[in-house]
Design a protein around this ligand. Structure first.
Ligand code: SF4
Length: 378
């Protein structure tokens, strides 16, 4: 499995909690797209001989792209890389930025999955988060996606807002489910450094939810989603059977990907069976465009990953999602014996199950995922 990621670094307005790289100067889209074309052409040879299974437009707000702009990016990508005819092509979409016609045109360009950033159906919560849309617009966006012919629609939600009750979260979750999405990502609100939310917390204007309250909301989410027939296949991700995100699953299974745009990361094996590299682009549009104007890649960090880093990532990503193949991990990296004993203890404790050598967390284990991963890592 191989993947492509394109980061569109613009948002109409920044949300208070967000630490993804994006700016509000949407008028620079043309300048960015010139640089993106150059980056794609420069990186093209890296993916030679590879057929790509997934393509993801994230951000930022990719749905700020006019269809003609998306067409231009798709043309660049298709001329540099072999993208399979049946590839999963996802575009993150913000309610309030799309029309039926725009979604239809995206679809005709090959987009076959929409990931709609709704976050909440509560007007007060939407205002608090700084979203540009209201609840009615969010519902309408899902309807437009279906009307435009998308058979694979995901919605993103955020829970554990300051003081949020189970009843309030329940209303958002049930409103989302009533719209019939194929996939739901439900994230707890994290106070990221250097965000307006972090400053509000420092100024004691808001208090983050206590961990106990967050755990109750998470447990409630898992129960509701299971009753609604969704598979809980990653800590925050739920899918109807057959609708898991192939792109995100590729990340979690440690498959290779190439990322484009400011702040985008890549993870790729060097040559045939060569060492594994990770690199990240500069998280600043001006520097990104400046490097590419000189014909240089806008890379801020590049590292050859060590065995320990690879092993730990495999553990962390596997525990978050569909499990860690301990036998394979042992063969490749030589897992210490005490980690096998710990795996046994987790199973005994009901935090995990062992299925033909693969250790997979249960709902109870997902709640302690970070803690368990820290103990399992080498
Ligand atoms: S729309 Fe998405 S990427 Fe943009 S600021 Fe809000 S959360 Fe961040």
């Amino acid at each position: 499995m191989s993947s492509l990621y394109v980061h569109i670094p613009f948002c109409q307005r920044k949300c208070v909690y967000c630490d993804f790289y994006s700016i509000e100067t949407v008028s620079l889209m043309g300048t960015f797209l010139d640089a993106l074309d150059t980056e794609i052409a420069l990186v093209g040879p890296v993916g030679e001989g590879v057929s790509f299974d997934t393509l993801f437009f994230g951000g930022g707000t990719p749905s700020l792209l006019a269809p003609s702009e998306l067409e231009r990016v798709m043309r660049s990508l298709r001329s540099a890389f072999a993208i399979r005819g049946d590839a999963e092509i996802t575009l993150e979409t913000n309610p309030g930025t799309v029309s039926l016609e725009k979604l239809r045109q995206y679809r005709s360009l090959g987009v076959n999955r929409l990931s709609i950033g709704i976050q909440s159906f509560d007007e007060n919560e939407l205002r608090f988060l700084g979203r540009i849309h209201d609840a009615a617009e969010a519902s309408r966006c899902v309807g437009l996606a279906r009307e435009a012919g998308y058979g694979n629609v995901s919605v993103d939600l955020i829970y554990s807002l300051p003081g949020q009750t189970v009843g309030e979260w329940e209303r958002t979750l049930s409103t989302a489910l009533a719209l019939g999405p194929d996939h739901v990502s439900a994230y707890s609100l994290i106070v990221e450094d250097d965000t307006p939310l972090a400053r509000m917390v420092s100024a004691k204007l808001v208090s983050p939810n206590p961990v106990e309250a967050e755990a109750v909301l998470y447990e409630h989410t898992m129960a509701v989603m299971e009753r609604a027939g969704f598979e809980h296949y990653e800590v925050s991700s739920y899918a109807r059977p057959g609708f898991r995100s192939l792109h995100n699953s590729a990340y979690w299974s440690h498959a290779g990907y190439l990322g484009f745009g400011p702040s985008a990361h890549s993870f790729w094996a060097q040559g045939n069976g060569g060492s594994q590299l990770r690199w990240a682009n500069v998280p600043a549009l001006s520097r990104y465009c400046g490097s590419l104007r000189k014909g240089e890649l806008p890379v801020a960090m590049r590292e050859e990953m060590t065995c320990a880093q690879l092993c730990n990532e495999r553990i962390f990503l596997g525990l978050r999602s569909s499990g860690v193949d301990l036998r394979r991990l042992g063969d490749e990296f030589g897992l210490p014996a005490d980690r096998l004993a710990l795996a046994g203890a987790l199973v005994e404790d009901g935090a995990a199950v062992m299925d033909r050598g693969t250790l997979r967390l249960t709902a109870r284990g997902y709640m302690l995922c970070d803690e368990i991963a820290a103990r399992m890592m080498v």
